[in-house]
Design a protein. Sequence first.
Length: 69
Amino acid sequence: MFDLVISIILLSAIALAVGAFVLWRKGITKQALLMAVLSFVMFANVAIWLVPMADGETPIEAAEEAGQD
């Protein structure tokens, strides 16, 4: 389940980044900047969930194990 959510978030972040670039090229800078910031935040959230902790386990793996109890 978490894999599906992470995939959707990544696809949305990529779409937002592309949309921000298109708007920036059209000269609509305020909305482009906001979309770029949102895209960066989404990428950062995915990185937080996928970067291993000190014990080598990722937070998403820990959440999946906790849900199986």
